[in-house]
Ligand binder design. Structure first.
Ligand SMILES: [Fe+2]
Length: 218
């Protein structure tokens, strides 16, 4: 007896790839900035999370003496997030809108590190949407952005999937999606990703709106 078996995907979480106009001109400068902070000892391994990570001050106005983190990166990310939220299955009445309450950012810098352990799988809850802007990527097949299967480990699906970022990519994903950056033990280039978390709520007519604007809602 010949049976027909048809497969339907049940798990298909969205990952968004966005371009950020006007930012690529700063790539070299940003790599030099963070390589310099590591060289001078101002940025130490594991002091703010796994590997070389800055504090969550990247999107504050004038952070690291640069205007573009706040003015281009934070605002571009926020606009993209709003566009993404407006595409979800949440249909808002015309008198309501998605409102950004907080956006924070930090840099994750990966040198040719020989750290003993993998970066841990993690999520960014309770944020709504998270983003990684790739200033530079590792060489070879290292430093991919890895996402963990959100269902239990099973033989029907891969345990994780990898996205290979390119410089200039802004990757936005639901903050509950567990992920980690791949290791870069052999890279010939420093990998710099600018990480962001964005918090959103719905506000509308008749709702008392407090000033919940955050550090980078541009
Ligand atoms: Fe992360």
């Amino acid at each position: 007896m010949k049976m027909q078996i048809t497969e339907h995907p049940l798990f298909n979480l969205p990952i968004y790839q966005v371009t950020l106009p006007g930012f690529s001109q700063y790539h070299d400068e940003i790599v030099e900035l963070f390589e310099g902070l590591i060289r001078s000892g101002q940025l130490k391994a594991h002091e703010n999370g796994y590997g070389y990570q800055t504090r969550t001050d990247l999107l504050l106005p004038g952070a690291y003496g640069k205007r573009y983190f706040h003015e281009l990166l934070a605002s571009g990310f926020t606009v993209a997030c709003k566009g993404i939220l407006e595409r979800t299955r949440v249909e808002l009445p015309t008198n309501q809108a998605w409102v950004n309450t907080l956006t924070v950012g930090w840099a994750n810098v990966q040198t040719r590190e020989q750290f003993e352990e993998e970066s841990p799988w993690h999520d960014h809850l309770p944020a709504t949407l998270s983003g990684c802007y790739y200033v530079s990527t590792a060489t070879g097949d290292e430093g991919n952005l890895q996402f963990l299967n959100p269902l239990m480990d099973n033989i029907f699906m891969p345990p994780s999937i990898e996205f290979t970022p390119q410089p200039g990519d802004l990757i936005i994903f639901p903050s509950f999606f567990r992920h980690r950056p791949g290791r870069c033990p052999n890279t010939r280039r420093t990998r710099v990703s600018l990480c962001m978390d964005s918090y959103w709520t719905i506000r509308g007519a008749g709702v008392e709106a407090s000033d919940g604007r955050g550090t980078g809602d541009g």
